[in-house]
Design a protein around this ligand. Structure first.
Ligand code: SAH
Length: 213
């Protein structure tokens, strides 16, 4: 696949749309402007890659809507060198955004097919997440804790405790919570036992499923 001037132009236009929708974090917008989203999708959807929409990927999953990726990335307040846990690697697009922001990314995917495909694909593109694994994101990654930030990219019926427990003090968890639709929720760890919670409106995700496939 090629990243042509036409793709780049459409991508620039997408960035303008995200700004109009309220995304202000320049680093996030720069990352989206740089990453060829059409590479992350089936070639039959290539023409739609720069619409602000979610699209099907393998294993009945979706690549999140760019606005959602931008919104979650902005809420994370990523700093260079942050250790970030991501639940739901999927196409790897959000992973690539986090890598562009200078994070050290640890990502879990429960569909083996997607895990294998995306691992190979990200390395071909030159992205080097710290650790990609096949497993159940509800458990987090106890071996690699604590994390500066954590992001869940599937709809969680409830907030898994391990994800809160694996945050550093001052750490942030961005998680869409709900079954039919989800409320984007931010938790900030204030101390060992205290978490501040903020909510940011409705989104729609594929479900965060328990146990691996
Ligand atoms: N960030 C991805 C979004 C993919 S959709 C992208 O931009 O492409 C959500 C992903 O979460 C799917 O790939 C799904 O298989 C995965 N998922 C669902 N439940 C999970 C779980 N318990 N642990 C890890 N991944 C899970």
């Amino acid at each position: 696949m090629k990243d042509t001037f036409r793709h780049q132009g459409k991508r620039q236009h997408l960035v303008e749309i995200l700004k109009e929708k309220g995304i202000t974090d320049k680093k996030v917008l720069t990352a989206i402007n740089k990453i060829p989203r059409h590479f992350f999708m089936d070639s039959s959807f290539e023409d739609h890659a720069y619409q602000d929409k979610a699209f099907p990927i393998a294993a009945d999953q979706t690549i999140s809507q760019p606005y959602t990726v931008a919104f979650q990335s902005e809420l994370l307040e990523v700093e260079k060198g942050d250790e970030i846990l991501e639940i739901g690697t999927g196409s790897g697009y959000q992973t690539a955004v986090l890598c562009e922001l200078g994070a050290k990314v640890y990502s879990i995917e429960r569909q083996q097919e997607l895990y294998k495909k995306t691992k190979l694909f990200l390395s071909k593109l030159g992205y080097r997440p710290k650790y990609l694994t096949f497993g159940d994101g509800y458990k987090g990654l106890p071996l690699y804790k604590p994390f500066d930030k954590a992001i869940v990219t599937a709809g969680a019926p409830y907030v898994p405790n391990p994800l809160l427990a694996q945050l550093k003090i001052g750490g942030r968890l961005v998680i869409p919570v709900g079954t039919d639709s989800q409320v984007m929720t931010l938790f900030i760890r204030k101390s060992a036992k205290e978490f501040e919670k903020k909510e940011f409106g409705e989104f729609r995700f594929v479900p965060l499923l328990e146990d691996k496939n």
